[in-house]
Write a protein that binds this ligand. Structure first.
Ligand code: GTR
Length: 377
């Protein structure tokens, strides 16, 4: 991976495939054409070429409350067990603020629910005590609740263990085998499917307001794909999602399609591997993924030192996606140039470049809460 581009001067010339144009070349000028024709075309294209097809097969979901406790300040914590087809369990940790029907942020976590908060009452799989609270810095639970938002999280590994051979132990075992292996779903699409099941469970409680998706890095890629597919998500936040997330693949800056498919062959569909070192052959780019979230609010965040995720490519994809919000009657990104570090910009589409590395900071969260205040309140 030493040949990766880390200098803007080395970015190749490229043309982005047009967003507001139908497959037959005719322009998309109105909401009806976007919704009725272009949006479905792009969803199909991204599923077939990047993320894989999510089966239509319905899986029965049974939600059980394992814990429900009142904490100080009117906060409530619940731990829910989502039993799929009576055979595969997910655990959802939910924090609700004092306010009724508050908006709730939902995000997958990397290491288990107990890694997001030090409280020893948070259930943990046997033998997994060591990571308790280890990712708490990325989940400022008390601060989120104090601002009147709820927070829900589940472990991505409950859906698809993040390993090359994770498929056998994944929730995919509940499904019929895919007909076409080239466009079959892998980890990212399975995680995204799980976010929709978590949303089902949150809606079933009757205690949640609008649900906003958030994800960091590989789980940011996942949050974008989940929000693109499932329009019940009210808002989406991509934190440093990079390659096959918010960053334009054609720039080949930082992580490339070949690099990601080589290191993580279990994340995307087999068809995507055909574009290793052939980004210009892709019939799409990541601005199309972002555009599928319109007209709902979208916030993309980069970090100055996170060159592997191509901060500038994330900004340019957001800018290139923005005209779709305009077609749908909203202000997209309010700027044309990438803003200076630590200077958030937001219309219905927001962006910031935080100083620092690949992470989710308290400062990032304050920006997401500000954005949610302006868009969901
Ligand atoms: C990196 C990977 C990125 C990003 C990151 C993460 O190793 O190259 O695409 O997903 O992991 O998820 O932290």
């Amino acid at each position: 991976m030493n040949d990766t581009i880390r200098d803007e001067a080395q970015v190749p010339d490229y043309d982005l495939p047009p967003l507001l144009q139908l497959a037959d070349g005719s322009p998309v000028r109105d909401a009806a054409t976007w919704r009725g024709q272009r949006r479905p075309q792009l969803l199909t294209l991204l599923a077939q070429q990047v993320y894989g097809q999510t089966p239509l097969q319905g899986i029965p979901l049974h939600v059980e409350t394992l814990e429900s406790v009142k904490l100080s300040g009117g906060v409530e914590r619940r731990q829910l067990r989502l039993l799929l087809d009576g055979a595969h369990a997910l655990q959802l940790l939910l924090w609700l603020p004092r306010q009724r029907l508050a908006p709730v942020f939902l995000g997958l976590n990397f290491n288990g629910n107990h890694s997001t908060h030090p409280d020893t009452a948070i259930l943990t799989p046997p033998g997994n005590e060591a990571v308790r609270g280890s990712n708490a810095g990325r989940w400022p639970v008390e601060g989120i609740l104090a601002r009147g938002y709820g927070l829900a999280t589940l472990h991505c590994g409950d859906l698809f263990p993040d390993r090359v051979d994770g498929r056998a132990d994944s929730v995919q075992r509940l499904f019929e085998a895919p007909v076409d292996e080239g466009s079959a779903w892998w980890a990212v699409a399975t995680w995204a499917w799980g976010l929709s099941r978590a949303l089902d469970a949150l809606l079933e409680t009757g205690d949640c307001g609008p649900v906003a998706l958030i994800g960091h890095s590989r789980l940011g890629k996942t949050a974008l794909w989940a929000a693109a597919r499932d329009e019940r998500f009210a808002l989406a936040i991509s934190n440093n999602s990079g390659c096959a997330g918010a960053a334009l693949s054609r720039r080949r800056f930082g992580e490339t399609v070949a690099a990601i498919n080589t290191r993580f062959p279990h994340w995307f569909c087999r068809n995507f591997h055909a574009y290793n070192d052939r980004e210009d052959a892709l019939p799409l780019d990541q601005h199309m993924l972002l555009a599928l979230i319109a007209p709902r609010p979208l916030y993309v965040a980069s970090a100055t030192e996170d060159l592997w995720a191509d901060p500038r490519g994330e900004f340019l994809a957001t800018l290139a996606a923005s005209p779709v919000w305009q077609v749908l009657g909203h202000e997209g990104l309010p700027v044309r140039e990438q803003p200076a570090p630590d200077t958030p910009v937001a219309g219905r589409v927001g962006y910031h470049l935080r100083s620092g590395g690949h992470d989710v900071s308290a400062w990032d969260w304050e920006r997401y809460l500000d954005f949610a205040d302006s868009q969901l309140r």
